[in-house]
Design a protein around this ligand. Structure first.
Ligand SMILES: Cc1cc2nc3c(=O)[nH]c(=O)nc-3n(C[C@H](O)[C@H](O)[C@H](O)COP(=O)(O)OP(=O)(O)OC[C@H]3O[C@@H](n4cnc5c(N)ncnc54)[C@H](O)[C@@H]3O)c2cc1C
Length: 403
């Protein structure tokens, strides 16, 4: 079937990249990007780093300038929410209360192919609907949190994954009093296990963060609708003026509930990132079979949004290639850069393959089912990039490789 109209739902990293890749590859039909945020596409990683800490003006997080967006020759429906997908009629259904004056004007957009790139929505906690409790996913979230941090509040971050750790680092860099709470035994523990968790705990303690680990939040304390503290499962309590919830996110698939598409921790796709005829998914929302690791995965990392969107654009134009990347992730906390390639299954053994953790520069590799599946660099960008080949070469575990 000829391809004339591509509709992309989600106008952020993956959605914009899909549109750009289609154009780069010579697609000259219509491209429509639908995004429920009012802003032109912007990048999220700086939100918890430079934008929150104030070293970047928010405009700097824009993914493209106006000239580049014009050159894309795409129709942007911003401030518009997709509320349904009719796969039989090949139609995206839109709500009627956009911020762009389109109220009730565009009820649907027809497509020959659709790319689902709606990302994830942050999770909250019961009882968290209080002034002073913040989530961090959007530019508006980051600006609201920054404004509050400027008032010198006592900050509690709930969740010691990469996002919670970055928020803690930014708030400490601003000189705030910061406590991080997590039922896990260490920061980054769920991502990278004990050894890296211990290093991350040390990093944050060295910068003056109070860590309350191995204990969860049971209740928010409030006065006049504003948070004033938290109660923890061990019976203790923390005072707080600002609470940041960084407790994970769920794929933004609610609008697809009646579509008949397979949904299970994201949009379930095959190894071509295809969920159904004429329907593809890319970025945080997409679950696909990665043949390099022989497993299904969904990756909430920035690089994957770009790479997967490019793969989707190629497959839309007939490449018919599996998407088999080595996932890549980085996080910046204080002056420490952590970069990770591959996958890090829970409980996977980890070995230091280069450098010395006590000198805060090292590479660790992770094994699973007898082969190297992940490498992590701690302030070692060049070395970890070199070690990435252990994954693509299916190097046996444990490895004797050196940089
Ligand atoms: C604060 C922060 C810091 C991060 N830092 C890092 C980092 O250091 N390293 C790293 O690797 N990754 C990082 N990430 C993750 C990275 O930003 C994401 O992997 C990336 O943004 C995913 O892009 P995406 O386009 O798939 O989804 P998103 O960027 O989430 O974009 C999805 C878009 O779709 C919109 N949308 C959702 N539902 C609808 C609907 N029904 N109709 C219309 N629009 C809809 C959303 O509002 C959003 O604008 C960070 C994320 C955050 C939030």
């Amino acid at each position: 079937m000829p391809l004339h109209r591509v509709v992309v739902v989600g106008a952020s990293a993956a959605g914009l990249t899909a549109a750009e890749a289609l154009r780069r590859r010579g697609f000259d039909g219509t491209v429509t990007l639908i995004g429920d945020e009012p802003h032109p596409p912007y990048d999220r990683p700086p939100l918890s780093k430079q934008v929150l800490a104030g070293s970047w003006q928010p405009e700097r997080a824009a993914l493209r300038d106006d000239t580049a967006l014009d050159a894309l020759d795409a129709e942007f429906l911003l401030g518009r929410r997709a509320v349904g997908l009719d796969v039989d009629r090949r139609r995206v259904l839109l709500d009627g209360d956009g911020h762009d004056g389109h109220v009730g004007h565009v009820g649907h957009v027809d497509y020959d192919a659709v790319v689902i790139a709606t990302g994830v929505r942050p999770r909250s906690l019961p009882g968290a609907d209080l002034a002073g409790v913040h989530l961090l996913r959007t530019l508006d979230d980051a600006l609201a949190l920054r404004t509050r941090l400027l008032g010198d509040p006592k900050v509690v971050v709930v969740g010691a994954g990469f996002l919670g750790c970055e928020v803690a680092a930014a708030a400490r860099t601003m000189g705030r009093d910061v406590t991080v709470v997590d039922p896990a035994p260490a920061p980054l523990h769920r991502l990278f296990g004990d050894r890296i968790g211990a290093r991350a705990a040390e990093l944050h303690r060295d910068h003056g963060v109070v860590l309350r680990l191995g204990v969860g939040v049971t209740r928010f304390r409030s006065a006049a609708g504003r948070v004033i503290g938290l109660e923890l499962a061990d019976g203790s309590a923390l005072d707080a003026d600002v609470v940041v919830l960084a407790v994970g996110a769920a794929p933004a698939t609610g609008w697809l509930a009646d579509s008949g598409l397979p949904l299970a921790d994201g949009v379930v796709c095959d190894d071509r990132c295809r969920a159904a005829p004429h329907v593809y998914a890319a970025g945080d929302v997409a679950s696909w079979h990665n043949p390099l690791f022989g497993t299904r995965m969904r990756v909430e990392h920035r690089m994957n949004a770009t790479e997967q969107a490019m793969a989707v654009a190629g497959n839309l134009l007939g490449d018919d290639r599996p998407f088999a990347p080595v996932p890549y992730f980085w996080t910046d906390q204080y002056d420490t850069k952590i970069q990770a390639y591959g996958i890090f299954p829970a409980g996977a053994p980890c070995q230091i393959t280069h450098g010395d953790p006590d000198e805060h520069r090292f590479v660790a590799s992770y094994g699973y089912q007898g082969r190297v599946v992940g490498v992590l660099g701690w302030n070692s960008p060049r070395e970890v990039r070199t070690m990435r080949r252990l994954i693509t070469e299916h190097a046996p575990w444990p490895t004797a490789a050196t940089v």
